[in-house]
Design a protein around this ligand. Structure first.
Ligand SMILES: NC(=O)c1ccc[n+]([C@@H]2O[C@H](COP(=O)([O-])OP(=O)(O)OC[C@H]3O[C@@H](n4cnc5c(N)ncnc54)[C@H](OP(=O)(O)O)[C@@H]3O)[C@@H](O)[C@H]2O)c1
Length: 354
């Protein structure tokens, strides 16, 4: 792996960081060079992620943020994944890119937080309640899922939120094909890993293990992102009504979307159109039967089911929030930015039963 591109992961002990490391351990062209932790610098990475022992990361310790200088100033290529909280990411990325530019290092950033998901900094401020810390960097980011972005990209990319990934994969073809009215209802159920490593009252295991509940109906931050990305396909932002739910499982997102067809259509007709739309998409399968979470958990795949009756179109979509919805989708983006095969390091089979 001497020619492998060195990788810096920001967000050290977090769940998405751990998932990045799991996937990167098997990547043929990327090599983990540093994992930055604000709380565990100097500690072995495999002490925080024991399931990663024995896959090439033994001996690697978490780095202080200040210990990146030799990588950022190398003058070569550098891949950076930001798996840090929103708000904290933009200043970190801005500083790192400033140093890289000064040294002539070709750095590519994939942001897995929310900081670069909107092209308009006022929209970020409206949704997240604080001004954007690096608005001058926004234009250098591609945004959306790789399946929906054609043509030149980068030099950096912002992976959408996990609920957003499932919703836009499900709805984008219908808007791009011009067969639906400009409004969509999205019901999404997420597993507990979507809330990150730090427990909170509503996300704590006993509070959610054997129950199911909606939260923040019509008031979740991902709703604005869905509008923005679906607006690209629809030629103007559709109305999106989103109700997230907390599900009694660890990994995965199950989204159910209700769209209104402009004319009555049969399931077979929609199914064929969706299959053509995603025919070049390595990670997206479309079928008539509704998919199950266990079809995709542990993989970078999305499975979509479509059903039509009269003017009603129902689309279901399942992804793994930690893979297609963050770390895996992020690596897919990085492969694209670096000119690597888009599926490199991302073809692990799923677990099936867990
Ligand atoms: N979980 C998901 O399914 C998911 C899906 C899509 C997107 N995301 C996004 O991905 C990012 C990471 O999510 P996560 O679930 O991994 O969260 P997490 O488990 O809470 O991990 C985030 C990590 O970032 C580090 N950190 C915390 N505050 C920081 C700061 N001020 N500056 C620098 N580093 C800081 C901490 O690691 P150290 O203490 O080691 O520094 C923390 O463990 C978030 O922006 C999240 O919204 C998550």
């Amino acid at each position: 792996m001497t020619d492998a591109v060195p990788v810096v992961v920001l967000g050290g002990t977090g769940y998405v960081s751990g998932e990045l490391l799991r996937l990167l351990a098997g990547h043929p062209s990327l090599r983990v060079a540093a994992v930055v932790s604000t709380s565990h610098a100097g500690a072995p990475v495999t002490a925080s992620f024991p399931h990663l022992a024995g896959c090439g990361l033994d001996g690697l310790v978490f780095s202080e943020p200040s210990a990146l200088a030799h990588l950022v100033r190398s003058g070569g290529r550098l891949a950076v994944f930001a798996a840090t909280p929103h708000g904290a990411t933009a200043p970190l990325v801005d500083g790192l890119l400033g140093e890289a530019e000064a040294a002539g290092t070709e750095a590519h950033v994939v942001d897995l937080s929310a900081d670069f998901r909107f092209s308009d900094p006022t929209r970020f401020a409206a949704v997240y309640g604080s001004p954007h810390a690096a608005p001058h960097r926004l234009a250098a980011f591609s945004r959306g899922v790789p399946e929906h972005v054609t043509g030149p990209v980068g030099p950096h990319a912002a992976q959408p939120g996990c609920f957003v990934t499932a919703a836009v994969l499900a709805a984008y073809p219908a808007f791009a094909l011009g067969i639906v009215e400009p409004d969509v209802f999205v019901s999404g159920v997420t597993g507990s890993s979507g809330s990150g490593r730090t427990p909170a009252a509503n996300t704590h295991h006993p509070e959610r293990r054997s129950t199911l509940y909606a939260y923040a109906p019509l008031n979740h931050r991902h709703e604005a992102e869905m509008r923005s990305l679906l607006g690209v396909a629809a030629g103007g932002e559709p109305d999106v009504a989103f109700v997230p739910h907390s599900g009694p499982f660890v990994r995965g997102i199950h989204a159910t979307l209700r769209l209104s067809l402009t004319a009555p259509r049969q399931t077979d007709e929609i199914l064929a159109a969706y299959q053509v739309f995603y025919s070049g998409a390595r990670f997206v399968d479309v079928a008539a039967a509704p998919p199950k979470l266990t079809d995709v958990v542990g993989t970078n795949r999305a499975r979509i089911g479509v059903t039509a009756r009269g003017r009603v179109l129902v689309v279901t979509c399942v992804i793994d929030n930690l893979v297609k919805g963050s770390a895996g989708g992020g690596i897919q983006w990085m492969n694209r930015l670096l000119g690597l095969p888009e599926a490199a390091g991302l073809t692990q089979p799923g677990l099936g039963y867990l």
